[in-house]
Design a protein around this ligand. Structure first.
Ligand code: IDP
Ligand code: MG
Length: 139
C-alpha cells in the first residue's frame, strides 16, 4: 500500500442525516475506487484507540462520545495520490473553513461533527485500514 490507498469513515452525524449515498457518490465521482466498505458501530474502546493520538486534547472525550453515538461507514479507497487527494475532497476540519464543493462544506455540522474522516499519511492509512478490516477483506 504505497501512496494509492486511504481510509475513511462516514461519521455518525452524516449517517444519521442519511448522507451515506450522497457522500459515497462524491467519493466515486472524484475518481476513488472502493476497495472495502462496511456499516459498523465503534465501541468506546475502539474509538479511544483509534483517536489515541488526540488523547491529551480537550475535545477527546467529546470526540469519543460522538464517534460511538451511532453507526459509521468505514471504507478503504484507492486512487493515485489517495491520501492528499482525499484530504482535498473532504476539506478543512471545520466546515466553516472548508472550501466550496468539499464533503465537509456540504455535509458537516460543525468542527466536531464533521461528517467524514480521512487519513493524514500513507502510514496511518495502512494502520487505520488494518484497524477496521482484516487481511482477507483488504484484497
Ligand atoms: P481531521 O479529522 O481533519 O484530521 P483532527 O485535527 O485530526 O482533524 O481531529 C480529529 C477529529 O477530532 C476531527 O475530525 C473532529 O471530529 C474532532 N475535532 C477536532 N478538533 C476539534 C475541536 O476543536 N472540537 C471538537 N472536536 C474536534
Ligand atoms: Mg486527523
Amino acid at each position: 500500500m504505497s501512496g494509492n490507498r486511504t481510509f475513511t469513515m462516514i461519521k455518525p452525524d452524516a449517517v444519521e442525516s442519511n448522507n451515506i449515498g450522497n457522500i459515497t457518490q462524491m467519493i466515486s465521482d472524484a475518481g476513488f475506487t472502493i476497495k472495502a466498505m462496511k456499516l459498523t458501530q465503534l465501541s468506546k474502546d475502539q474509538a479511544q484507540e483509534f483517536y489515541e493520538v488526540h488523547k491529551e486534547r480537550p475535545f477527546y472525550g467529546e470526540l469519543v462520545e460522538y464517534m460511538t453515538s451511532g453507526p459509521i461507514v468505514a471504507a478503504v479507497l484507492e486512487k493515485e495520490n489517495a491520501v492528499a487527494d482525499f484530504r482535498a475532497l473532504i476539506g478543512s476540519t471545520d466546515p466553516a473553513e472548508a472550501a466550496a464543493g468539499t464533503i465537509r462544506k456540504k455535509y458537516a455540522e460543525s468542527k466536531g461533527r464533521n461528517a467524514v474522516h480521512g487519513s493524514d499519511s500513507d502510514e496511518n492509512a495502512e494502520i487505520e485500514s488494518n484497524f477496521h478490516f482484516n487481511e482477507s477483506e483488504l484484497v
